[in-house]
Every structure is written in C-alpha cells, then in structure tokens.
Write a protein that binds this ligand. Sequence first.
Ligand code: 3PG
Length: 205
Amino acid sequence: MSGIDRIMTLSPVIPVLVVHDLAHARPIAEALVAGGLRVLEVTLRTPIALDVIAEMAKVEGAVVGAGTVLNEADLDASIKAGAGFIVSPGLTDALGKAAIARNIPFLPGIANAGDIMRGLELGFNRFKFFPAEASGGIKALQALAAPFGAARFCPTGGIDQMRAPEWLALPAVRCIGGSWLVPPGTPDVIEIRNRAADAAALRKH
Ligand code: 3PG
C-alpha cells in the first residue's frame, strides 16, 4: 500500500481546513481527532497556513497535510512546516515530479480522463476528484472510474454529511474530503467533535 493510500484509509472523511487564526489551530485539530478524524488537510489559503500545519502536527494522533498546494515552492514550504502529505486541486508535471522527488505522499486533483492519464503516466493512481459535485458528481466519477480500474479517488467539493454516504458507497472511492466539519468563525469544539464523530461513523475501513 502506498503512503497516500494508507492515509486515505485512515478515516472515511478528510476535513478540508481554512484556518484564519493560529490560536484556533490546536483546538480544531484536537476536536477533529477526538471525534475520530485523524487525517487533516490544511489549505494554503490563509497567510498563517504553514504555521497552522506546524501547530496541528503537534496534536497526538493527527496526520496533518497541506492542501491547495499549487507549485514546487508551496510543496517545499509545506514539507518544511511538517506536512505529512500533500494535496493539490489539479496536477502539473512539475508538481507531480517534485512530489515524487521529495518522496512525500501526494494526492493530485483530477477532473477528467486526460488528467487521470497524465497522473498515471507520472506514476500516480490515487486522486482527488475536484470539484466533485460541480464536475458532474457521482455519475461523472463512475464514468471516469470505469476505464481506470486501478485508480482510487477522494471526491471533494460540494459534499456534506448528507451527500457523503452515496459517494462512499462507490467502489472507486477510498474516502471523501470536505469543509463542512469546521464552520467558519470561532471554533465551537463540541460542535466540531460531534460533526467529526458523525463523519467518522460513515464507514469503517
Ligand atoms: C477543497 O479545497 O477541497 C474544497 O474547497 C472543499 O470543498 P467544500 O468546501 O465544498 O467541502
């Protein structure tokens, strides 16, 4: 099992996190892990994201990665901050090759057959299907998965607790991602833990 495959099987849902205040990092990560979600994707969409990765990586049990990684510079900064895996919304050859060279688990984004073929050529067969609902939803992923038997996916984008079971029922889906676990604003840790527990209960691996 590859590094990214192991991470994708740790829990059924990967919370996609946009954290604006460094003081929120630890409480959010602790609440998610307490609820049963260990794999956390911190998006590089806020100026403090790298510090958030470093802070969350200190939480026992958390497997913290960087999301919204767009290029080699983002990749290296994320690894330096302590990211244990890397997620990107799309795939470029340069980023894919850099991830292989750094030997870091990498989940590249794909939205069509050409993206998947480029990923396979680079040696990847685990992908983020993004943006999942806007790219055609379940029907689109089923159609895409058919010709690529070895590929497995983490659909993300527009999915919530209600929609999650349908996605997780697909054989080609290893896990799903989503931002619904942590509502914006000051974290309500009880609410986050409850949402995480509901998500963690969706499917046992
Ligand atoms: C991502 O970067 O993966 C998405 O922004 C998450 O999508 P969602 O907010 O619709 O869950």
